[in-house]
Design a protein around this ligand. Sequence first.
Ligand code: F3S
Length: 394
Amino acid sequence: MHLNKDEEKMLDGEQGEVEKNLFRLLIRLGDIYGADKMIPVGSVQVAGVSYKSIGDPGMEFLEDFAKKGAKVKVLTYLNPAGMDLENWEKLGFPKDFAKNQIRIMNAFKKMGIIVTSTCTPYLAGNLPRFREHIAWSESSAVSFSNSVICARTNSEGGPSALAAAICGRTPNYGLHLWQNRQPTVKIKVETDLDFNADFGALGYYVGKQVKNKIPYFTGIKNANTDQLKALGAAMAASGAVALYHIEDMTPEADIVEKKGLETISVGKKEINDTYKKLNSAKDPDIVILGCPHASLREISTLANKLNGKHLKKPVWICTSRVMKEAADRMGFTEIINKAGGEIVSDTCMVVSPIEKMGYKTTGVNSGKAANYLPGFCKQDVVFANINKLIEAQL
Ligand code: F3S
């Protein structure tokens, strides 16, 4: 692999042992995937933040790193943590868990990482530009940046993203290269999609069918960015789709090569079957929206539905701290709180320990959350659109 002078110095340890070891990790990764060189990254997003996911070994590893003076070189954000970092006590997060989660956040902060924990960094101040090379970890954020923004990233693991943040580089392979961004399967959508949950159901179905291929969608008449994030998140969860194109919608769709692709059709039946498959219960203990983390538009939609109402069961909407602050200013938080709901920041239904907080059945409108909740959080799932979920609680 070709290395420039600065990279040679990094490898020689001129910038410290931590950087040297992490750069070696990136070189090893590049060698495995046949990278010709390193490329600078504009930003990084690091997964493996929740104490629930990384436990004591991960926490101690990060603290050790921070103690040795590891510092990030580029704008670096974090994936959701295991709890709301400000409101955890009121929401019922266990004290021991909170103590360890705070230690993890302090270690990241010491490394110069912005401790904004979100899977929608592009809504919270980390917006890459078209064709910028980045190194992001969270699969829904990877999908959104590759497909909707067309900034280029592979699906990084926690350690390789941290290495990219500290070295400011990533190996040049995979989705950083134009030839690897071409579609490999065509998806013909033959039904209308109305709710974000419909896009989640479509994504779940397609991800199962295509695994890690690159879909080129036709027949999607309209979609806002919330719906595109729901689609990409579900495809990345049920399959391993890190990039998709949509005819007349996503930026690279016009210029990719789409001749001679195998075609899969998806109609009303496949969407209805997916709803049935993802439902394992009827009556949730709690409804949690905001997977991926909610935009201000999604929060305002919920506030409109709850204005002047009273909820029978808890309803949370998960989002970034930045969106929560905007919701506070707009009065959405007050409306949601008055109805008995909560805007929960910094965390989500999958990476927080909801199974230890007394919840057994969760209602969601996200194909990704419906995919992960049974395994990660031992939850039965009610998967439906926002209208059905909320109306049942009024
Ligand atoms: Fe984000 Fe958690 Fe969903 S990390 S994409 S809200 S499972």
